[in-house]
Design a protein around this ligand. Structure first.
Ligand code: ATP
Ligand code: MG
Length: 483
């Protein structure tokens, strides 16, 4: 877990959407949230001095036992918001059971199914591993707390050995968890807390059947927490079946935080133009590390090779690579041995690598909410970042959907020597008067006085809003997508 000087970023202050109950000059600290000394110590070691806004609101509500539906911006600390109360609960149970340890604590056995108390489901293996690491970091000083990941791409034998340890926390991707459920290697009848991280993704058509089966194996007494940076109207109907009288917690960007990610579009004529422009943009001296998103796995391979040939230390990440190679690549990125990661949407959600200063949409995402998650790989935890989309003129519709979702006009920029060939008239703005040049231009770019969306005030992505209602065909396309 990477720590950083919290005073620089002050995300707890910057992202706070409601004033704390304490006096204005007193910020609530972790010790005000009902966490035990072992957890407070681990947070201190991790360099966390103050809870972020979402942590301030979620931790007490979760400890009080409420079901929660939480939306909070990318990089705002949602992981600790759900892991910390779970660990706290475990520590309390351990304390009260210390005189008489449970049967499963005393006799771990290979043939006994694992009976976790907390289950976290994530859409990707990489995110599951990251959440497992976070739980290990925050729970380091809690005796007998065992956390394991259950994911595809890992040999069964190894996983059975992990499950035989009788973990208290299981972090899983749905497919492999289902396998273990069917083989009675996991028993969820003692589950006390279920978390769906990236809940909107977990409840869309690609995962929903697996989630229903998993939920059916859990007791109705469980507490259920749903988290995402993008929760919309579609999730509403499904949550009625999953959650009991849920409390909704919505944490918005504060105004000064909203523009921490400098977003822009460059129009391109064709792939060759895109490649030339991308290699130029990657030479920005302000760029530390970057993720370049492509639409396809083969596209990621081709582009990673092209960038390597152009002298950038690059690697591809997508679902066709063996899991060991995927893990190696992500480790190399975290250890700064890879500068440019070329990835499909497998890296779009949840992945936290502090060195990522730039995100490029080499191919635009199919769905507007994926844009929010992709660009959220930079500008995390109060840092700033740059997100540049390379769009073809035929992609106006998705650009407009992104602008509608984010309620943000994406400034169009051009760079001398890399201008699109198409005449400006063909790119006529809908409403030219709305263009407002950004203060940051980066990489020698200059603002282009054209825009492609109506101006509207930024707002929170909130539960119940109807801004991303999807057609049936879009939902089907979503079910079929593979990273
Ligand atoms: N209280 C805190 N103080 C300092 N750093 C923190 C704090 N809470 C979380 N962080 C750090 O902030 C970063 C982002 O946290 P996290 O990955 O949980 O964000 P997230 O809200 O889940 O984002 P996403 O929506 O992209 O998944 C991590 O590097 C984490 O270590
Ligand atoms: Mg997250």
């Amino acid at each position: 877990m990477t720590s950083y000087p919290f005073s620089d970023t002050a995300i707890a202050t910057a992202l706070r959407s409601t004033p704390p109950k304490k006096q204005a000059d007193q910020k609530p600290g972790f010790s005000d949230l009902g966490l035990c000394v072992e957890i407070l110590h681990a947070l201190n070691v991790a360099g966390y001095t103050e809870p972020t806004a979402v942590q301030q609101r979620v931790i007490p509500a979760a400890l009080a036992g409420h079901d929660l539906l939480v939306s909070s911006p990318t990089g705002s600390g949602k992981t600790a918001a759900f892991i910390l109360p779970a660990i706290q609960r475990f520590a309390q149970t351990q304390h009260s059971n210390s005189a008489a340890p449970s049967e499963r604590t005393r006799t771990p056995h290979r043939m006994q199914p694992a009976r976790p108390a907390l289950l976290v489901l994530t859409p990707t293996r990489e995110l599951a591993l990251q959440v497992t690491n976070a739980a290990a970091t925050y729970g380091k000083r809690i005796k007998r707390l065992r956390t394991v990941s259950v994911l595809g791409g890992v040999p069964y034998r190894k996983q059975l050995e992990l499950l035989a340890q009788q973990p208290d926390i299981v972090v899983a991707t749905p497919g492999r968890l289902l396998d273990h459920l069917e083989r009675s290697r996991i028993d969820l009848s003692e589950l006390s807390m279920l978390v769906l991280d990236e809940a909107d993704r977990m409840l869309d058509m690609g995962f929903i059947d697996a989630i229903k089966t998993i939920v059916a194996a859990t007791p109705s007494s469980r507490q259920t927490l749903l988290f995402s940076a993008t929760l919309d109207a579609r999730i509403g109907a499904l949550t009625q079946r999953l959650l009991k009288s849920p409390e909704r917690i919505e944490v918005a960007h504060r105004p000064e935080q909203r523009d921490k990610i400098d977003q822009s579009i460059h129009w391109v004529d064709d792939r060759a133009h895109k490649d030339r422009l991308l290699t130029h943009l990657l030479s920005d001296t302000l760029l530390d590390q970057a993720i370049v998103f492509t639409a396809t796995k083969s596209g990621a391979n081709v582009l990673a090779n092209l960038l390597c040939d152009a002298g950038f230390v690059s690697a591809a990440l997508h679902g066709d690579l063996p899991q060991s190679a995927r893990n190696r690549t992500l480790r190399a990125l975290r250890e700064r041995r890879v500068r440019v990661l070329v990835a499909t949407d497998v890296a779009a959600r949840g992945i936290d690598v502090p060195g990522i200063t730039h995100v490029f949409n080499y191919d635009l995402p199919k769905f507007a909410e994926d844009y929010v998650h992709r660009i959220g790989r930079t500008g995390r935890a109060g840092r700033s970042g740059t997100a540049i989309s390379l769009a073809h003129h035929g992609e106006m519709a998705i650009v407009r959907r992104i602008e509608r979702l984010t309620r943000k006009t994406l400034p169009v920029r051009t760079i001398e020597g890399f201008e699109p060939r198409r005449a400006p008239s063909a790119l006529a703005p809908r409403n030219p008067s709305v263009y407002r040049p950004s203060a940051r231009t980066g990489a020698g770019a200059r603002p282009d006085p054209r825009t492609f969306a109506r101006r509207s005030s930024p707002r929170t992505l909130s539960v119940g809003a109807a801004h991303t209602r999807k057609s049936a065909s879009q939902s089907k396309a979503r079910a079929a997508r593979s990273y």
